[in-house]
Design a protein around this ligand. Sequence first.
Ligand SMILES: CC(C)(CO)[C@@H](O)C(=O)NCCC(=O)O
Ligand code: NA
Length: 611
Amino acid sequence: MDPVEHKYFTVIDYVIFALLLVASMAIGLYYAFTGGRQSTTREFMYADRSMKCLPLSLSLMATFQSAVALIGTPAEVYSNGTQYWFIGCSYILGLLIPAHIFIPLFYRLHLTSVYQYLELRFCKAVRICGTVTFIFQMVIYMGVGIYTPALALNAVTGFPLWGAVLATGLVCTLYTALGGLKAVVWTDVFQTVVMFTGQLAVIIVGVHQAGGLSDAWVKVRDGGLISGIDLNPDPTVRHTFWTLGVGGVFLMLSLYGVNQAQVQRYLSSCTEKEAIMSCYMVFPCLQVALMLSCLMGLVMYACYGNNSLLEQQYITSKDQMVLYFVMDMLQNFPGLPGLFVACLFSASLSTISSAFNSLATVTMVDLIKPHYSMTEARATLLSKILALSYGIICLAMAYVVHLMNSSVLQAALSIFGMVGGPLLGLFCLGIFFPCANSIGAVIGLAAGLVMAFWVGIGGFLFRIPSSVQFLPLNSTNTIPAASENITAVPALIDAARPVGLNGLYSLSYMWYSALNSSTVVLIGLIISFVTGPTKGDDVASGTVYPVMRTARSLLDKLVKPSACCTAPSEHTIDDHKEVNGNVKEDAGTVEETETFLLSNPVSHVEHETSV
Ligand SMILES: CC(C)(CO)[C@@H](O)C(=O)NCCC(=O)O
Ligand code: NA
């Protein structure tokens, strides 16, 4: 194996990388000077509510698919086998539930931000708490997203770390601030294509280097990388079918159901049906993305086998492995390393731009506009200052992440679970429990966040000794091919089953979202009952999902299959007629329309005005 100093970029590599930044910038400029020239919030934040499902679905996928997934997933598969792949199972419910519960509900309320829902359902205070929690989540996540590709690039090629961070931060801030959501969505589409192309090219060349498909397969199989389904119910085992396939559903719901970045895209589509379609189409896109990054891990194994790069000190962390592999194996293919680096930065740019845009939107719509009235010029200036400030905060967060030292994939998914989980719980409390009140919501959210940081930080400290002990799977030749041993590799030093509080601390990070959202719902309900539950009539119309009624009508359909083709019953049609203007679009095209709880019209939906 070649020593580290061989890993250099050629001119072609730099050109390809530069082209990515230039093209992204160009798309931003194009949308800055066409259409309405980004002069209204409707255009800047919601792309004139005219988007179609194909670009939207690619953009939806790109939002939470950053260099973290591209670097972290192959490293995970290389060292622990393909068990992680089962996270793909969680995409089914994780997208079906948003498509049929969250999207129709949010779309029909004509929200300007998803946190406006919290005010409609509860009160202003809950809305502000939700917004602040979201800002907190996305700012930390942005730090991880911008830092990860820069660090990997720096470690392997010596490219200046902060140069890469600044370049991406600057380009991203500019095209987001100039081109609005249209630019964000269309750069996402372009960057997703670059991402898939880069990964595919590396996989194909990698398989070739490993001696062809069948050779590669034999190496991977004999190395014990192909994991069978692990049905161990123990919630402390990091990756099993249950933690990934079931815990992952809650993670997906917090990202694809109630996260402003995603809801903003649903709301920007031209019709509700188009929004639901785009959510459906995320499924194949995510599966392709997952497949490519898992295959990358297998190809790395096929090329390096049991040579642990980490032990031989070619790299200092697992997260550098992918880029090392690319620079090492593809040095005879000029342009390919550049394409792959472009692919990493594409992934991160598309994430950071979505984060910027959604952060600017909520800060304006939820925090500033309701409290201060201002002139056009002042509002425009303020949005630009906001975009810039978030850019600077993002760089500051990159420095904080720089100080932390853990697997980037686990870090990102833990953040989603720790901060996104309680937010998911807050929305579920409002949507599924008509009796929940505002006090319950605020205290529930607080309890969920306390639980999250208690278990999250406790778990982080608890695992420190084990992360020192952690060795890649292939550092020994004695790993049997049997699948059940693979998931047990990152074992704790104290092999005994942790009990008491330690049991809680050793909970798999994949359960964080489920644990924290359930905490919010549970505490929220208890507090609501103690302080006096909300009465059915007091709940604003269209803000609650009628679980029982939907279940009953589904059951009716199952029992009497012929009934599904007939018109809805008299009763539901009458209900529907009382409906206010909010439900007029697409009414009747989607089954659930009739089953929404609709008593009195929503009177306080904000109207979008120009910035
Ligand atoms: C969040 C999922 C599971 C699905 O989008 C996946 O894309 C992922 O593992 N993301 C990791 C975080 C990131 O790539 O920034
Ligand atoms: Na991305």
